[in-house]
Ligand binder design. Structure first.
Ligand code: ADP
Length: 270
Protein backbone atom coordinates (compact mmCIF):
# COMPACT_ATOMS: atom_id res chain seq x y z
CA UNK A 1 0.00 0.00 0.00
CA UNK A 2 1.45 3.38 -0.96
CA UNK A 3 1.21 6.61 1.03
CA UNK A 4 1.74 10.05 -0.44
CA UNK A 5 1.84 13.23 1.58
CA UNK A 6 1.60 16.45 -0.33
CA UNK A 7 2.35 19.93 1.09
CA UNK A 8 1.20 18.79 4.52
CA UNK A 9 1.13 21.37 7.28
CA UNK A 10 -0.32 20.74 10.71
CA UNK A 11 -0.82 23.32 13.45
CA UNK A 12 -1.86 22.35 16.97
CA UNK A 13 -4.29 24.71 18.73
CA UNK A 14 -4.58 26.96 15.72
CA UNK A 15 -5.88 30.42 16.45
CA UNK A 16 -4.96 30.31 20.16
CA UNK A 17 -1.93 31.82 21.93
CA UNK A 18 -0.59 28.23 22.18
CA UNK A 19 -0.54 27.71 18.41
CA UNK A 20 2.26 25.35 17.36
CA UNK A 21 3.26 24.44 13.80
CA UNK A 22 4.19 20.75 14.20
CA UNK A 23 4.51 19.95 10.48
CA UNK A 24 5.69 22.48 7.96
CA UNK A 25 5.02 21.66 4.31
CA UNK A 26 5.90 17.96 4.26
CA UNK A 27 6.18 16.09 0.95
CA UNK A 28 6.81 12.35 1.11
CA UNK A 29 6.02 9.19 -0.83
CA UNK A 30 6.20 5.70 0.63
CA UNK A 31 5.87 2.86 -1.88
CA UNK A 32 4.08 -0.46 -1.46
CA UNK A 33 6.24 -2.98 0.40
CA UNK A 34 8.88 -0.47 1.52
CA UNK A 35 10.49 -0.54 4.95
CA UNK A 36 11.03 3.09 5.95
CA UNK A 37 12.47 4.65 9.10
CA UNK A 38 11.31 8.07 10.29
CA UNK A 39 14.00 9.49 12.56
CA UNK A 40 14.17 12.69 14.56
CA UNK A 41 14.42 14.16 18.03
CA UNK A 42 11.51 14.26 20.40
CA UNK A 43 9.26 17.07 19.20
CA UNK A 44 10.45 16.95 15.57
CA UNK A 45 6.97 15.99 14.35
CA UNK A 46 7.24 12.21 13.77
CA UNK A 47 4.10 11.21 15.69
CA UNK A 48 2.10 14.07 14.25
CA UNK A 49 3.10 12.96 10.75
CA UNK A 50 2.21 9.28 11.18
CA UNK A 51 -1.14 10.13 12.74
CA UNK A 52 -2.06 11.61 9.37
CA UNK A 53 -1.48 8.23 7.68
CA UNK A 54 -4.70 6.79 9.11
CA UNK A 55 -6.65 10.01 9.47
CA UNK A 56 -6.32 10.35 13.25
CA UNK A 57 -5.25 13.91 12.51
CA UNK A 58 -6.51 15.93 9.56
CA UNK A 59 -4.14 18.24 7.69
CA UNK A 60 -4.37 21.94 8.51
CA UNK A 61 -3.43 22.26 4.85
CA UNK A 62 -2.23 19.83 2.20
CA UNK A 63 -3.30 16.24 1.50
CA UNK A 64 -2.65 12.59 2.27
CA UNK A 65 -3.21 9.91 -0.40
CA UNK A 66 -3.51 6.17 0.20
CA UNK A 67 -2.97 4.11 -2.97
CA UNK A 68 -3.49 7.31 -4.94
CA UNK A 69 -6.84 8.15 -3.32
CA UNK A 70 -7.17 11.15 -1.05
CA UNK A 71 -7.77 10.25 2.59
CA UNK A 72 -10.88 12.39 2.89
CA UNK A 73 -14.61 12.18 2.28
CA UNK A 74 -16.63 8.97 1.88
CA UNK A 75 -13.75 6.61 1.13
CA UNK A 76 -11.72 7.73 4.15
CA UNK A 77 -12.83 5.01 6.59
CA UNK A 78 -12.06 2.18 4.17
CA UNK A 79 -8.64 3.65 3.38
CA UNK A 80 -7.88 4.25 7.08
CA UNK A 81 -8.46 0.62 7.97
CA UNK A 82 -5.50 -0.38 5.80
CA UNK A 83 -3.05 1.44 8.06
CA UNK A 84 -2.38 -0.01 11.51
CA UNK A 85 -0.55 2.20 14.00
CA UNK A 86 1.17 0.74 17.05
CA UNK A 87 1.73 3.66 19.41
CA UNK A 88 4.45 3.93 22.05
CA UNK A 89 3.97 1.55 24.99
CA UNK A 90 0.95 -0.11 23.33
CA UNK A 91 0.70 -2.56 26.26
CA UNK A 92 -0.79 0.28 28.33
CA UNK A 93 -3.95 -0.23 26.26
CA UNK A 94 -4.38 -3.90 27.26
CA UNK A 95 -7.43 -4.20 29.47
CA UNK A 96 -9.34 -7.47 28.84
CA UNK A 97 -9.34 -10.51 31.17
CA UNK A 98 -7.58 -12.69 28.61
CA UNK A 99 -5.03 -12.24 25.86
CA UNK A 100 -7.54 -13.78 23.44
CA UNK A 101 -10.16 -11.12 24.17
CA UNK A 102 -7.60 -8.36 23.89
CA UNK A 103 -6.38 -9.48 20.46
CA UNK A 104 -9.96 -10.08 19.28
CA UNK A 105 -11.23 -6.69 20.50
CA UNK A 106 -10.89 -4.78 17.22
CA UNK A 107 -12.28 -7.68 15.17
CA UNK A 108 -15.36 -7.95 17.42
CA UNK A 109 -15.86 -4.20 17.15
CA UNK A 110 -15.72 -4.55 13.39
CA UNK A 111 -18.54 -7.13 13.59
CA UNK A 112 -16.61 -10.06 12.14
CA UNK A 113 -17.87 -13.69 12.37
CA UNK A 114 -16.69 -15.75 15.36
CA UNK A 115 -14.84 -18.29 13.17
CA UNK A 116 -13.01 -15.55 11.30
CA UNK A 117 -12.09 -13.87 14.56
CA UNK A 118 -10.71 -17.13 15.91
CA UNK A 119 -8.69 -17.79 12.76
CA UNK A 120 -7.22 -14.29 12.75
CA UNK A 121 -6.37 -14.29 16.48
CA UNK A 122 -4.50 -17.62 16.18
CA UNK A 123 -2.73 -16.60 12.99
CA UNK A 124 -1.52 -13.34 14.55
CA UNK A 125 -0.32 -14.97 17.73
CA UNK A 126 1.83 -17.29 15.66
CA UNK A 127 3.09 -14.38 13.50
CA UNK A 128 4.22 -12.68 16.71
CA UNK A 129 6.18 -15.77 17.77
CA UNK A 130 3.87 -16.53 20.71
CA UNK A 131 2.42 -19.94 21.57
CA UNK A 132 -1.34 -20.48 21.74
CA UNK A 133 -1.36 -21.30 25.45
CA UNK A 134 -0.86 -17.58 26.06
CA UNK A 135 -4.40 -16.92 24.80
CA UNK A 136 -6.14 -17.95 28.02
CA UNK A 137 -3.77 -15.97 30.25
CA UNK A 138 -4.41 -12.54 31.69
CA UNK A 139 -2.34 -9.92 29.83
CA UNK A 140 -1.18 -8.75 33.23
CA UNK A 141 0.63 -12.05 33.94
CA UNK A 142 2.95 -11.59 30.98
CA UNK A 143 6.49 -10.25 30.72
CA UNK A 144 7.08 -6.77 29.27
CA UNK A 145 8.17 -8.14 25.89
CA UNK A 146 5.19 -10.53 25.71
CA UNK A 147 2.72 -7.76 26.59
CA UNK A 148 4.11 -5.63 23.81
CA UNK A 149 3.76 -8.47 21.28
CA UNK A 150 0.18 -9.10 22.38
CA UNK A 151 -0.62 -5.41 21.95
CA UNK A 152 0.96 -5.47 18.48
CA UNK A 153 -1.04 -8.61 17.66
CA UNK A 154 -4.25 -6.69 18.37
CA UNK A 155 -3.36 -4.29 15.54
CA UNK A 156 -2.03 -6.99 13.18
CA UNK A 157 -5.16 -9.13 13.61
CA UNK A 158 -7.02 -6.39 11.73
CA UNK A 159 -4.81 -7.27 8.75
CA UNK A 160 -3.63 -3.81 7.77
CA UNK A 161 -1.44 -3.69 4.67
CA UNK A 162 0.75 -1.00 6.26
CA UNK A 163 2.11 -1.11 9.78
CA UNK A 164 3.39 2.01 11.53
CA UNK A 165 5.35 1.47 14.75
CA UNK A 166 6.17 4.41 17.01
CA UNK A 167 9.30 3.59 19.08
CA UNK A 168 8.44 -0.13 19.26
CA UNK A 169 11.49 -0.97 21.38
CA UNK A 170 11.07 1.80 23.98
CA UNK A 171 11.67 0.58 27.52
CA UNK A 172 12.73 -2.96 26.54
CA UNK A 173 16.08 -4.48 27.55
CA UNK A 174 18.69 -5.11 24.78
CA UNK A 175 17.51 -8.70 24.17
CA UNK A 176 13.87 -7.58 24.02
CA UNK A 177 14.80 -4.79 21.62
CA UNK A 178 16.58 -7.18 19.25
CA UNK A 179 13.66 -9.59 19.37
CA UNK A 180 11.09 -6.95 18.54
CA UNK A 181 13.15 -5.53 15.65
CA UNK A 182 13.72 -9.04 14.25
CA UNK A 183 9.98 -9.69 14.43
CA UNK A 184 9.19 -6.44 12.65
CA UNK A 185 11.75 -7.26 9.95
CA UNK A 186 10.16 -10.65 9.43
CA UNK A 187 6.70 -9.06 9.08
CA UNK A 188 8.14 -6.96 6.30
CA UNK A 189 9.94 -9.85 4.60
CA UNK A 190 7.49 -12.71 5.04
CA UNK A 191 4.19 -10.85 4.97
CA UNK A 192 5.14 -8.27 2.37
CA UNK A 193 3.86 -5.47 4.55
CA UNK A 194 4.75 -1.83 4.11
CA UNK A 195 6.44 -0.99 7.41
CA UNK A 196 7.16 2.46 8.84
CA UNK A 197 9.38 2.54 11.89
CA UNK A 198 9.46 5.74 13.96
CA UNK A 199 12.47 6.26 16.20
CA UNK A 200 14.69 8.90 17.76
CA UNK A 201 17.68 6.59 17.28
CA UNK A 202 19.50 6.45 14.00
CA UNK A 203 21.37 3.28 14.97
CA UNK A 204 18.23 1.36 15.88
CA UNK A 205 16.62 1.76 12.52
CA UNK A 206 19.72 1.79 10.32
CA UNK A 207 20.18 -1.96 10.67
CA UNK A 208 16.71 -2.76 9.41
CA UNK A 209 15.15 -0.18 7.13
CA UNK A 210 15.66 0.42 3.40
CA UNK A 211 15.15 4.17 3.47
CA UNK A 212 15.43 6.86 6.12
CA UNK A 213 13.40 10.06 6.49
CA UNK A 214 15.12 12.48 8.88
CA UNK A 215 12.81 15.02 10.53
CA UNK A 216 13.85 18.18 12.28
CA UNK A 217 11.59 20.95 13.59
CA UNK A 218 8.57 19.84 11.62
CA UNK A 219 10.39 19.50 8.30
CA UNK A 220 12.02 16.70 6.34
CA UNK A 221 15.71 17.45 6.63
CA UNK A 222 17.02 14.45 4.65
CA UNK A 223 15.58 11.43 2.91
CA UNK A 224 17.33 8.54 1.19
CA UNK A 225 19.03 5.19 1.63
CA UNK A 226 20.63 4.49 5.01
CA UNK A 227 24.00 4.76 3.34
CA UNK A 228 23.35 8.14 1.72
CA UNK A 229 22.01 9.60 4.98
CA UNK A 230 24.95 8.30 7.03
CA UNK A 231 27.29 9.81 4.48
CA UNK A 232 25.92 13.25 5.38
CA UNK A 233 27.50 12.95 8.80
CA UNK A 234 27.99 16.73 9.16
CA UNK A 235 24.27 17.31 8.63
CA UNK A 236 23.38 14.58 11.12
CA UNK A 237 25.75 16.05 13.66
CA UNK A 238 24.28 19.53 13.17
CA UNK A 239 20.84 18.28 14.11
CA UNK A 240 22.27 16.09 16.88
CA UNK A 241 21.40 12.70 15.43
CA UNK A 242 24.85 11.23 14.91
CA UNK A 243 26.28 8.88 17.51
CA UNK A 244 29.48 10.53 18.87
CA UNK A 245 31.69 7.46 18.25
CA UNK A 246 30.61 7.17 14.62
CA UNK A 247 31.08 10.91 14.02
CA UNK A 248 34.58 10.76 15.48
CA UNK A 249 35.64 7.80 13.34
CA UNK A 250 34.07 9.18 10.16
CA UNK A 251 35.75 12.56 10.63
CA UNK A 252 39.16 11.03 11.16
CA UNK A 253 38.70 8.89 8.09
CA UNK A 254 37.55 11.87 6.01
CA UNK A 255 40.60 13.88 7.06
CA UNK A 256 42.96 11.08 6.13
CA UNK A 257 41.36 10.19 2.81
CA UNK A 258 39.53 13.34 1.61
CA UNK A 259 38.91 12.00 -1.91
CA UNK A 260 36.73 9.27 -0.40
CA UNK A 261 34.31 11.71 1.18
CA UNK A 262 31.27 10.54 -0.73
CA UNK A 263 31.95 6.91 -0.14
CA UNK A 264 32.97 7.00 3.44
CA UNK A 265 30.71 4.14 4.48
CA UNK A 266 32.17 1.77 1.92
CA UNK A 267 35.59 2.54 3.34
CA UNK A 268 34.39 2.24 6.95
CA UNK A 269 32.87 -1.17 6.22
CA UNK A 270 36.04 -2.41 4.55
P1 ADP B 1 7.79 13.58 17.94
O1 ADP B 1 6.87 12.45 17.65
O2 ADP B 1 8.89 13.71 16.94
O3 ADP B 1 8.32 13.55 19.34
P2 ADP B 1 5.41 15.24 17.93
O4 ADP B 1 4.76 15.03 16.63
O5 ADP B 1 4.86 14.52 19.13
O6 ADP B 1 6.97 14.95 17.80
O7 ADP B 1 5.40 16.79 18.28
C1 ADP B 1 5.72 17.82 17.34
C2 ADP B 1 5.46 19.16 18.01
O8 ADP B 1 4.07 19.31 18.27
C3 ADP B 1 6.16 19.34 19.36
O9 ADP B 1 6.59 20.67 19.48
C4 ADP B 1 5.08 19.05 20.36
O10 ADP B 1 5.28 19.75 21.56
C5 ADP B 1 3.82 19.54 19.65
N1 ADP B 1 2.64 18.76 20.04
C6 ADP B 1 2.50 17.43 19.93
N2 ADP B 1 1.29 17.04 20.36
C7 ADP B 1 0.64 18.17 20.76
C8 ADP B 1 -0.65 18.44 21.30
N3 ADP B 1 -1.53 17.48 21.50
N4 ADP B 1 -0.95 19.72 21.57
C9 ADP B 1 -0.07 20.71 21.33
N5 ADP B 1 1.16 20.54 20.82
C10 ADP B 1 1.52 19.28 20.54
Amino acid sequence: MSIKVSNLTYTYMKGTPFEKIALDNINLSIETGEFVGIIGHTGSGKSTLVQHFNGLLKPTSGSVYINGEELAGKKASKLKSQVGIVFQYPEHQLFEETVYKDIAFGLIKRGEETDEIDRKVRKTVSMMGLSEDILSKSPFELSGGQKRRVAMAGILALEPSTLVLDEPAAGLDPAGRDEIFELISSLHKNNKMTVILVSHSMEDVAKFVQRVVVMNKGRIEMCGSVRSVFNKIDELERIGLAAPQITYLMKRLKKKIPELNDNILTVAEA
